[in-house]
Design a binder for this molecule. Structure first.
Ligand SMILES: [Zn+2]
Length: 179
């Protein structure tokens, strides 16, 4: 399974690199290389290398962000340990941005610099205007969160192929039971 960028927020997409947190807990960042790929695909770095220790700290940050977002959406305070992990990661200097001779944007830095951006995105989720927009996919096992920017806040699904479709099929079966 490939990780996806559907939530409208960097920190929420990063949390989504574990699928089904509360049940099967599918790990999408299995190797350091998966983390490096994710950081590039997220647009944080032009190229990245990661080692086992960096993967470990990325997973630690992801755990903390998951607990943070759960707390935000359940009206609780984020636990002190998660706060410390997020703040430590957020303290890293950001990736260096530069214009290339051809006028393109170059982004360079290490894993810590890129994870700092993820952590800072997670911090801004605590702002009331953003916190109010966080939703969790309605699918029973999915556990993907998103920022609901739809009119009237009607978004129910993470956007993964499957989640909304599965529910629609189940509703159809309820309306049209086979005898
Ligand atoms: Zn979903």
């Amino acid at each position: 399974m490939r990780s996806v960028f559907l939530s409208g927020d960097l920190a929420l997409d990063f949390i989504g690199t574990v699928s089904e947190w509360t049940s099967s807990r599918v790990e999408l960042l299995a190797r350091p290389r998966d983390l490096a790929d994710w950081l590039v695909r997220a647009g944080l770095l032009d190229s990245a290398r990661a080692d086992a220790a960096e993967l470990e700290s990325a997973r630690e940050l992801r755990d903390a962000l998951y607990r943070h977002v759960r707390a935000l959406t359940e009206g609780r305070r984020t636990d002190a340990e998660a706060v410390a992990v997020i703040n430590r990661a957020a303290g890293a200097a950001p990736p260096a941005l530069a214009l290339t001779a051809r006028g393109a944007v170059s982004r360079t830095g290490d894993v810590a610099a890129a994870l700092g951006e993820v952590a800072r995105a997670g911090i801004t989720l605590a702002e009331p205007s953003r916190r109010a927009l966080i939703g969790w996919c309605d699918d029973g096992t999915c556990t993907r969160a998103f920022l609901d920017l739809s009119r009237g806040r009607r978004r129910r699904w993470c956007g993964m192929a499957g989640c909304g479709d599965k529910a629609k099929a189940a509703a159809y079966r309820r309306r049209h039971p086979t005898r």
